[in-house]
Design a protein. Structure first.
Length: 364
């Protein structure tokens, strides 16, 4: 595969850019403090839904007004969520004053946003690693390689997917690619907030019933007809099936993505493009599966050892997130795209995990 001309950054590039740009972001934080605080207080930007007392299976069940400091378990206090919201608030504030036609400005904005989110997610690693080490968990020491693998896979997936974008043939492609990488880093942050224990109530990731109705219908059927012998194992199996179904929906669209890429870049073989896209998407899914394992093992349910269903729930979350990335690359190809900030409104507690959140299941 030829090196993508829109390739945004390597891992080394990100580290160097973070060191250079963080002072700029600190300055922007000071200059935009009032606006940023207002956005964060209103849940603005792309921070996602507020704290929820129930999660799992990708469904955002029962939004709660309970103070986020309640129900967070015995993990270390962390301001990870606040840091992520601040990154998004700053980016949103700047975005309002950037001409969308200025691709260079869009790229700089999205790179700064990604650097800020990267710093927040790297900062969370210390809390997660402390929990794992204190528990003598086998995933202790696995966070850093998981973080690195995720970012490498994210860059590859974004570079492959955005070539199917309607603007792929022009200069705007660089801005789309930069936005994709920032969005995937924000999704990474959402996974951590939903499944790791930062000493606050988890923040659930919205479900996507309207987008994947057939998959959720099968999930409901499997859940309703489970024998009831081992509730945790049966819940995990149902979630695994749901995640696999969602991934299959995405996989069924790869051929059309490849056709769009081939139409924009004549001379490239559609079958080869299709395999390249599929490999990149699978690579990101595998990297996210490891992030899920690390986060859940440092989650609220670790005391009970109930990791099976929580990891499966996280698998649904990241499968849904993959659809959001696909929708950025090829708007409208995947039906039922939610509006920014929209959730499915909840579908009842039968889809939920434990009361403590996405990582709070037990073994019995």
């Amino acid at each position: 595969m030829r090196p993508p001309t829109h390739s945004i950054q390597t891992e080394t590039d990100m580290s160097e850019r973070t060191a250079l740009r963080l002072p700029v972001l600190r300055l922007l934080t000071v200059l935009g403090l009032v606006a940023a605080a207002g956005c964060a207080a209103e849940g603005g930007g792309r921070g996602g839904p507020g704290p929820s007392s129930s999660g799992g299976k990708g469904d955002n069940l029962g939004e709660s007004d309970t103070d986020a400091t309640d129900g967070g378990g015995d993990g270390l206090d962390s301001d990870h969520r606040a840091a992520v919201l601040e990154c998004e608030a700053i980016a949103d504030h700047i975005r309002e004053h950037v001409n969308a036609a200025r691709v260079d400005a869009i790229v700089d904005l999205e790179r700064d946003r990604n650097d800020c989110l990267t710093s927040a997610n790297d900062g969370a690693l210390g809390s997660i690693e402390a929990i794992l080490q204190a528990a003598g968990d086998p995933y202790a020491g696995q966070g850093l390689p998981a973080w690195k693998a995720h970012r490498t896979a994210a860059i590859a997936a974004c570079n492959a997917l955005v070539e199917a974008h309607p603007d792929a043939g022009g200069e705007a492609l660089a801005g789309v690619a930069a936005t994709c990488i920032g969005d995937v880093e924000a999704q990474f942050a959402a996974v951590l907030d939903a499944h790791a224990d930062f000493g606050v109530a988890p923040f659930s990731i919205p479900g996507a019933r309207d987008r994947y109705p057939t998959c959720y219908a099968a999930f409901d059927d499997e859940t309703a007809n489970a024998p009831g012998v081992d509730a945790v194992a049966e819940a995990a199996a149902a979630s695994d099936s749901l995640a696999a179904c969602i991934r299959d929906v995405h996989d069924g669209l790869v051929g059309e993505l490849a056709t769009r890429v081939a139409a924009t870049f004549p001379g490239r073989d559609a079958a080869t493009i299709e395999q390249e896209i599929r490999d990149a998407v699978v690579g990101l899914a595998e990297a996210r599966a490891r992030v899920c394992e690390v986060a859940v093992h440092a989650g609220p349910g670790r005391a009970s050892g109930g990791f099976l269903a929580s990891i499966a729930d996280c698998g649904v979350d990241v499968a849904i997130q993959a659809g959001d990335a696909l929708d950025l690359a090829a708007p409208g190809l995947l039906p039922g795209a939610p509006e920014v900030g929209e959730t499915d409104g909840g579908v009842g507690t039968d889809d939920g995990g434990s009361e403590s959140g996405g990582s709070g299941d037990t073994t019995g």
